[in-house]
Structures are given as C-alpha cells and as structure tokens.
Design a protein. Structure first.
Length: 182
C-alpha cells in the first residue's frame, strides 16, 4: 500500500513559492498607496476648482453681498500642503491676506476674503510654483483670471508630488476656464 501525501521537500517547496508570491505582492503596496493618494488629491483639487467656478457663476452672496471679483483659489509655495478658497471682494483678482476686507452691508461689518483652507493628504504637496497665484472666476460667464503679483498668466501648471516617491500629477489651468489632470 502506497502512502498518499506530501513529502517534506514538496511541502517546503510549496511554502517557499507562497512566501515568494506574497512578498512580491506586498513589495509594491506602499508605492501603490502613494500613487492612489496623489491621484485622489489631484482629483479633489480639480473638483474644488469646478465647485468654486460654479459658486461664481451662480452669483452666490458672501456675507450678504456679491464679491466684486467673484470667487477664487489661492496657491502659495510657502504653504505647499494646502490651498485657500476665497471671495475676491475688492475685485483685484488676488487673494488679499491683509488687503481690503469684504463689507457686509446688512450688518455693517467687515470680513476677510478667506473662505476655507483645504489641506492635502499627508505627504502630498505642491512641487513647483514660482510665486503665489490666484485663480478667480467672476460671473456671469465666468471671466477667468490666473494672476500673480507680477501680472496675468494665460495658463498655469501646478505639479503635485508625494513624499518618498518620484510620482507627480500635473494640474493644468487656462484662462478659458479649462482645468484637467495629466
């Protein structure tokens, strides 16, 4: 009568093969997670820009008044882990950190242009940006403006990257209002 079963060598070879397959599949797990986080944050940024554009087109009031310059997104290289959504109350097409405040005509009070700061997921940051830039959308069309302190731009590319990886995502903006991820 023959014994039916595995020999010790067959069992060790099977365990070795399973171990190799498991280590290969887990090897790239961290890099895949980083790539997913980067793609997600790029998509969220584009979505937020579209939301700001819709807010401007809809003529939404900010503290009981329409902002003269519409609504916008502000990027600052000194704060690469976040960006700011703002109401351009003075119509200069720039985010004013200390400039003219927004006036609430009903309550006769002033408010800063700031609406909200949006932070990227841990490790995601703006990689290339030469100067602070404001992208504004003024109703009704909307009229799109990409502006730095030195002047207007026809287009802008913001590169997002993630710590510990060479991967990056490029978000393209142009003065016609087109926004997309490359």
């Amino acid at each position: 009568m023959k014994n039916k079963g595995f020999t010790l060598i067959e069992l060790l070879v099977a365990i070795l093969i399973i171990t190799i397959l498991a280590s290969v599949s887990f090897f790239g797990y961290g890099q895949r997670q980083k790539a997913i986080a980067l793609q997600k944050e790029a998509n969220i940024l584009v979505s937020k820009i579209e939301e700001v554009k819709e807010t401007a087109i809809s003529g939404k009031y900010f503290h009981n008044d329409l902002p003269a310059g519409g609504y916008g997104i502000y990027f600052n290289i000194s704060s690469p882990n976040s960006y700011i959504v703002f109401a351009d109350c003075d119509g200069d097409r720039l985010y004013d950190t200390t400039g003219a405040p927004c006036f609430d005509p009903i309550h006769s009070t002033n408010h800063p242009e700031f609406i909200e700061r949006i932070s990227f997921e841990e490790g995601v940051y703006i990689k290339t940006l030469s100067a602070p830039v404001s992208i504004t959308f003024k109703p009704p069309s909307p009229d799109v403006s990409i502006k730095t302190s030195s002047g207007l731009l026809d287009e802008l590319t913001v590169k997002l990257s993630i710590s510990g990886s060479s991967k990056e995502k490029k978000i393209h903006f142009n003065s016609a209002g087109l926004v997309y991820v490359e």
